[in-house]
Ligand binder design. Structure first.
Ligand SMILES: *Cc1c(COP(=O)(O)O)cnc(C)c1O
Length: 410
């Protein structure tokens, strides 16, 4: 934990930051401090021109020929290989497809099929809702049970009936990060498989799926990977499970020979078996262009910067707004790139911040989230954000009816 600093000192940290120039690769609006890249990543500048070219040249002129001439058909695997590099996975183990929710469904079902004699999916209470809902749907389809336990009870709940342990590495609400290697080892020692959700991990800090021994993983394209709203998600399958991989959404593009138009389904060899239907070429092209900003970027350096931003932000608030309760671990190894504060009127406080151009978000019942996407957030940004937050609290500026009206999307 560091101590509060001056704006000049924050600007000096930006000046000395070796990653500072990466911010220029994003089109960020003037007057906005964006601390919500953990929910929807900012727009990399090259995306618009790349997408315009895909639309006018590849689609407009190439028409259906582009499936071959621009290799649209293998775009899911090519973008998957680029993401693989960011999450410590070998080439040929990641494919981009569908949404995180759908990929989790496929991964959980594929994992259950590898442990047919066991009847339990184990997960954590307070996981992101879609993860619990999907796990519950898969469990009922397979006649299995979904068992939800608190974070402290996960390892001790790996009983011999557990087929699959499924967790999100970084908790969306608190920012707390599991020890993926230790929990995966514990699952394996108990004879279970481990399915990880990397929604708040991929592109945020180094992930090493190979070293942790994870069996399956899924994650979002639109958070720290900056692929745009509703960008397709990714799914990873460990090399040892690729052979004989069976998932239940047996669509034609997961077939061994889709263009043979055979009557019977034969799964593709390798990761292509996780594909379902026609890929969303436009949004996948946006994600593909967005990944350019990661070329040559060291994820460990990104995490070090995110940790500095976290320390700066939290130190300012310890000094200026001691009434706020930080729920995110202060140990950098135990959290993702966000700071979460519990405050009963957090929704209104966040709206007051947004009215000042400082964008974070709120997760009920009482959590304000501030994400530090280290590719484009500056030290001076978090300094200003902390000052405004403290000012809003001390003046009571948040206590206005217009800040309390709940929007449809929070
Ligand atoms: C954001 C997020 C998702 C999103 O799933 P979609 O299918 O893309 O809506 C899933 N899981 C976690 C843990 C998330 O944080």
């Amino acid at each position: 934990m560091s101590t509060a600093i001056t704006l000049a000192e924050a600007k000096a940290l930006d000046h000395a930051d070796p990653l500072a120039s990466l911010r220029d690769r994003f089109a960020l609006p003037e007057g906005v401090i964006y601390l919500d890249g953990n929910s929807l990543g900012a727009l990399p500048r090259t995306v618009a021109s790349h997408l315009a070219n895909v639309i006018s040249t590849q689609w407009g002129e190439g028409l259906i020929r582009s499936w071959n001439t621009h290799d649209w058909i293998d775009l899911p695997a090519r973008v998957g290989d680029r993401i693989a590099r960011l999450i410590g996975a070998p080439a040929g183990t990641v494919v981009v497809a569908d949404s995180t929710s759908v990929n989790l469904f496929k991964a959980l079902a594929a994992a259950l099929r590898l442990r047919p004699e066991r009847r339990v999916i184990l997960s954590q209470r307070g996981n992101f809702p879609t993860d619990a809902y999907i796990a519950s749907g898969v469990a009922s389809l397979f006649g299995c049970e979904l068992r939800l336990v608190g974070a402290a009870d996960i390892a001790s709940s790996l009983t011999p009936d557990v087929a699959v342990l499924t967790l999100t590495e970084v908790n969306y609400r608190t920012g707390e990060r599991h020890d993926m290697a230790a929990l995966t080892s514990a699952a394996h020692a108990a004879g279970a498989l481990a399915v990880w959700d990397l929604a708040h991990s991929a592109g945020a800090f180094p992930v090493d799926l190979t070293a942790t021994g994870a069996d399956f993983a899924v994650g979002c394209g639109y958070k720290y990977l900056n692929g745009g709203p509703g960008a397709p998600a990714f799914v990873y399958v460990a090399p040892s499970h690729l052979d004989g991989l069976r998932q239940p959404l047996t669509g034609w593009l997961g077939h061994a020979a889709p263009f043979a138009f055979a009557d019977d389904y034969q799964p593709a060899a390798g990761i292509d078996a996780m594909r379902v239907g026609t890929p969303a070429i436009l949004s996948m092209s946006a994600l593909n262009a967005a990944l350019d900003v990661f070329e040559g970027v060291d994820l460990a350096a990104l995490k070090r910067k995110a940790d500095r931003l976290f320390d700066l932000f939290t130190a300012e608030l310890v000094a200026a707004a001691p009434e706020l309760e930080l729920v995110t671990p202060t140990d950098g190894a135990r959290r993702g790139n966000q700071a979460s504060y519990r405050f009963a009127d957090g929704y209104a406080v966040m709206q007051a911040l947004i009215a000042r151009g400082i964008i974070g978000d709120f997760r009920g019942p009482d959590i304000m989230r501030f994400g530090f996407a280290p590719l484009y957030v500056r030290h001076a940004d978090v300094w200003h954000a902390a000052r405004h937050l403290a000012d809003i609290l001390s003046t009571g500026d948040w206590d206005r009816p217009e800040f309390k009206a709940k929007a449809k999307v929070v």
